[in-house]
Design a protein around this ligand. Structure first.
Ligand SMILES: Cc1cc2nc3c(=O)[nH]c(=O)nc-3n(C[C@H](O)[C@H](O)[C@H](O)COP(=O)(O)O)c2cc1C
Length: 363
């Protein structure tokens, strides 16, 4: 059996394989409520063999949405809207996870497929954003600096969102601390200029993220895996580097996190990234080596063979993919074929005629 299709157990949750769906915003919710679009979108990946399907960045408070069309889970009614989606993922043999998020100074922006770009004005449903310091992302509106009591409120919002997520049936909680959103903004010296206990040293800049991880772990108990997505580097002078992030990951491991999903960048517009196949894998490998914790790699991983090579080389324990699942929602079924896995044990029985080519002729 390939490593990619070996099951993995974390706490009380068993994943049928290690080829997972990375969270992807759909910008298709109404007032934070998910709908049939999200249901079909996420369930198809479970049919397609994913070991875990992580639902998109889901805001823990309304002001934490990237765009007004983002998903949310700041009330019990929002959690109810997720229930059928979670059930559909589980019924198809996969595990449902959710990425809990606050977009910080990159909130209240137009979705990528809107005609306009940048910040959404108040008269069009936008809001004032919040961040560690009153520094705007290039081209976006200036955020307000968060007070210490407001930080505590947002920690509590992550906690409450984790509770609602588990009540809705999610079995993995991923804390979004990457891509230039709120927690990443606190972690990086480029966006955090605070003089209080949330700014200055790396330990102080990590305080908010670690408080969130501790709150989530305390709320969900010992059975549920908690992941954190980090940007391993800011790809900009004076920003975070992978060793800083490995240190924060080690603290997060001690605070109750089980797996680090290692991405990069997204903090500043002047970032310089060299993008190519598997370009973020060395970051995952570094975090894995430094923390001894489980890690996931992500970023232009598009075939079973490529994913298997990453696992076999010990660079990460699981592989997340995003766009390849959009191109082929049955990516894992295809990858299993590539790696010589027995389709009878992996394809849904309803689809078995899809790989028995001679049967195609029969009606
Ligand atoms: C449409 C789309 C939406 C995305 N939304 C999120 C998100 O909600 N949270 C997140 O952490 N990353 C998000 N990402 C980044 C992906 O999770 C992934 O890290 C990135 O696309 C690189 O992996 P890939 O090359 O396999 O697509 C998004 C990417 C795409 C294409």
């Amino acid at each position: 059996m390939s490593q990619l299709f070996s099951p993995l157990a974390i706490r009380e949750v068993t994943f049928r394989n290690r080829l997972w769906v990375s969270p992807m915003c759909m910008y298709s919710a109404t007032d934070g409520f998910v709908n049939d679009w999200h249901h079909v979108h996420l369930a198809q990946f479970a049919t397609g063999g994913a070991g875990l399907v992580v639902a998109e960045a889901t805001a823990v408070v309304p002001e934490g949405r990237i765009s007004p069309e983002d998903a949310g889970i700041w009330s019990d009614a929002h959690a109810d809207a997720w229930r059928g989606i979670v059930r559909a993922i589980r019924d198809r043999g996969s595990v449902a996870g959710i990425q809990l998020a606050h977009a910080g100074r990159k909130a209240s922006t137009h979705s990528p497929f809107a005609d306009a770009q940048g910040s959404v004005p108040a008269e069009e449903g936008g809001w004032t954003t919040e961040a560690p310091s009153a520094l705007a992302y290039e081209g976006f509106a200036e955020p307000e600096e968060m007070t210490a009591p407001r930080i505590a409120e947002v920690v509590d919002a992550f906690r409450a969102a984790a509770r609602r997520s588990v009540d809705a049936g999610f079995e993995v909680i991923e804390v979004h601390a990457a891509h230039g959103y709120l927690l990443h903004e606190f972690l990086s010296p480029l966006t955090n200029r605070r003089a209080d206990e949330y700014g200055g040293s790396l330990a102080n800049r990590a305080r908010f993220t670690l408080d969130v991880v501790r709150a989530v772990r305390a709320e969900v108990g010992e059975d549920i895996p908690v992941f954190v997505r980090f940007s391993a580097t800011d790809s900009a002078p004076g920003g975070l580097e992978v060793d800083d992030v490995a240190q924060v990951a080690a603290w997060a491991r001690d605070a109750g996190a089980d797996l680090f999903d290692i991405s990069s960048s997204g903090l500043v517009a002047h970032q310089k990234i060299e993008v190519g196949p598997g370009y973020q894998v060395p970051f995952a490998a570094r975090v894995r080596e430094a923390t001894g914790a489980l890690t996931g790699s992500v970023g232009i991983i598009t075939s079973g063979a490529q994913a298997e090579e990453i696992l076999a080389a010990g660079q990460s324990d699981v592989v997340f993919a995003g766009r390849e699942w959009l191109r082929d929602p049955h990516f894992a079924l295809r990858a299993a074929g590539e790696l010589g896995e027995d389709p009878e044990s992996i394809w849904p029985p309803q689809y078995i005629r899809g790989y028995r080519a001679p049967a195609l002729a029969r009606s």
